[in-house]
Ligand binder design. Sequence first.
Ligand SMILES: C[S@@+](CC[C@H](N)C(=O)[O-])C[C@H]1O[C@@H](n2cnc3c(N)ncnc32)[C@H](O)[C@@H]1O
Length: 497
Amino acid sequence: MTPKSSDTTIYLTEQEADRIRKTATEHLKKCSDLAGHAREPRDAKAAISQATGAALMADMGTMTLAHPQPITPPLLIVSQPYPPSLIPISELRPIKISELQLSTHHRGRQLAVKRMSPVVTLSTRSWTMVQDDAGEIERLEIALHSTGPGGRDMLESARSFVLKEPYFTLTPDGEPTLRIDHPSDLLTITAPTNKAPASDPANTQLTTTVSPPVKAKSVNATSVGGRTEVRETATMGRGLFVVGQVVKRGEVVMGEKAFCAVSGVGKTAVTWDGRDGRVRVAAVGLERAVVKKLLGNPGEIGQVMGLFGDWEGAGERVVEAGDGPVVDVFRVQDIVARNAFGMGEGGSAGLWIRAAYINHSCVPNAERELVGDLMIVRATRDIAVGEQIFHSYDQSADYEARQKVLITTWGFECGCALCVVEKGDEPAVRETRRELAKEADEFVRVARWPAGRLAIVKGRRLAKKIQETYGEERYRGLPRLATRGIQAWLAKAAASS
Ligand SMILES: C[S@@+](CC[C@H](N)C(=O)[O-])C[C@H]1O[C@@H](n2cnc3c(N)ncnc32)[C@H](O)[C@@H]1O
């Protein structure tokens, strides 16, 4: 069974998620069982012909699809993040392919290789066969962030490479491979075009794929956040607070253009995260775009790396390490997971740096709206000076559904006033409310317009029944989210009759 995918959502059944978990844990076990084992030599001719065939198949696949979009999102295993190499190439000792050990990061070493086959370009990775000076051949794969300047595949853009602190591991199919996750761990060697032949080492240049100078840049000129300040909170990390003067209901708290936004279907992948064993749908298109933007604008690395993300990596202040800009892609991945928002249609998503400091509440005091990639955060009630700004990351009326999203996607259990009271409801009461809310949603969906008298009576009855599942005393002053849809319908019906 494959996950079903619509324009905006990928639906995974529990069985599918279990199957993914099983595949991923088996893969990890195999990797750890083989850790430190010597590498098996490859037959050069067979390896090159395998890569050539695979490249041809991949090219044909792209050509024959009139609308190339993945029906089944690819599976990525995010198991063991590791930091990028921070040691300049000049301080690393050479290693040969024959010395590689499985499931090992060869710290303190560097491997020089030449590409020997075409590049196989797949949706979330690309690979090729490479050879060292001793004539040994091995597979080299770049995961996810394989696109260099001009949208070209980094492997295709050069013939010779140096891998910093090479990582030798297994593909999910169990095939040994050199693997690059952080773009800065792969240096390309380019020969100056107007000089002596490339074989003369004195005339070769070592370059990272993108290496403009690092300039400091700390202010996002497109964000309007003069009425806000980032402060530490007691239980939610940092948050955004109102400063200066009260923000009245309906006023704009802040507006900000996206640091990076991507549009379109097919920019997601199903990921299994070995750190918490969860299966998620990740905005890999956005991760890719953020990494690319940072490599091209290293002055912005610091502010993006300062956002909240589980993987700390090499620390947020590292922006370069001798050979050009360094972007820890595992940190970008976690930052995107915890800070990005969907943009409504077709799998589009974006990252807004200042708005990323706004925490969640199910009883928020602000709401976000988008005009293109401009996010406007507007107060839904007066917000006093010194008060924290909250918007809602998930607006599901159902308590269980909301908690599931907040835990799975955002990594926290909500302790807002509404959640505390809802959690205290009998599970049977929540179940009844869920069923009634479903009935009300269906009623609103099929109701004819303009609404007839009978329909209005039925609508009122349904609203009342849902209302009765909320204890009057306990819910005083709190929203009754499950009534929202039917109440809006009744208001519209009243206005038009
Ligand atoms: C978009 S960031 C918000 C800013 C973040 N608190 C920080 O320190 O940068 C989202 C993360 O903030 C935390 N968070 C947001 N709302 C929260 C809440 N109501 N309770 C606990 N943690 C919350 C979670 O760790 C979540 O993944």
